[in-house]
Design a protein around this ligand. Structure first.
Ligand SMILES: Cc1cc2nc3c(=O)[nH]c(=O)nc-3n(C[C@H](O)[C@H](O)[C@H](O)COP(=O)(O)O)c2cc1C
Length: 244
């Protein structure tokens, strides 16, 4: 599956089948996790059975069904860019899982955060989790309802800025289209993307919980579609690949 298809196909899934993630898919995800941990100084970990954090009245606010496997999104608490890096690298895992025909959902709130999922190393912080697993081919009625509620917010308008009269290059338009398909906490889409004279600025419009994770996710989508790379941070500089 091409990366563009992964971005197009991905949608948050909240009802999972009871079967475990097939071993080949799990092996692929764990290998990617190990690589990302090395590249970004993170400590993503696979938890085969994290159902305890989702089961029980009140914990998942009735949103999730059948959650079992989780990707634990964690890393050094002292890293000022921790949340953004987890968003960036975690979204690469989400898209890889999509290519493996698995359902996913980033979960920041809707689980029991006091449930001891794994012992944390000294100085390590678990920021949020990603539910991952086999899902029914069609959305359940509950998922359809939640999609209706969460996707009601107008997608994207107002998030793109270009000085009038300036022609937007194809690579920028591709990048923006990919960002507009990115998941964000409560679907708030708290970013603005501006283009001027060959340079790009991706900035936060608000600093609510998980906004920096959202920023990292948005940067991952932009880079996958347009190439280049961003420095970390709100408004971090974007650099095009050499020769492009
Ligand atoms: C950082 C982050 C935290 C999230 N936390 C939750 C959550 O706690 N519960 C939930 O049901 N969905 C959660 N989501 C999923 C969003 O609601 C979802 O991405 C958004 O509504 C857009 O829908 P889509 O992913 O289907 O495009 C979270 C997403 C992100 C990026």
């Amino acid at each position: 599956m091409e990366v563009w298809e992964q971005i197009e196909c991905r949608v948050s899934r909240r009802s999972y089948l009871p079967d475990s993630v097939p071993p080949e898919a799990r092996t692929r995800l764990e290998a990617r996790m190990a690589q990302l941990n090395q590249d970004y100084g993170l400590s993503f970990a696979w938890l085969e059975d994290g159902a305890a954090a989702f089961d029980g009245f009140g914990k998942s606010y009735g949103m999730f069904r059948g959650v079992r496997s989780l990707i634990l999104c964690k890393g050094p608490a002292a890293d000022p860019d921790l949340e953004e890096k987890l968003g960036y690298a975690g979204e690469l895992l989400v898209l890889e899982a999509t290519a493996l025909d698995l359902g996913t959902c980033w979960v920041g709130w809707s689980y029991d955060r006091k449930c001891p999922l794994v012992p944390l190393d000294a100085g390590e912080r678990l920021a949020l989790v990603i539910a991952v697993g086999l899902v029914p081919a069609d959305f359940t009625r509950r998922e359809q309802f939640l999609l209706g509620v969460l996707h009601r917010r107008e997608r994207g308008r107002g998030a793109i800025q270009a000085p009038s009269g300036e022609t937007l290059p194809d690579w920028f338009v591709r990048g923006v289209s990919a960002v507009l398909r990115a998941p964000s906490a409560r679907n708030r889409r708290p970013w603005r993307i501006a283009y001027h004279d060959g340079s790009v600025r991706l900035t936060l419009t608000e600093r609510k919980a998980f906004a920096l994770v959202d920023l990292g996710i948005a940067k991952a989508h932009f880079v996958l579609a347009a190439g280049g790379q961003f420095d970390w941070g709100d408004g971090g500089t974007y650099t095009r690949d050499a020769g492009e």
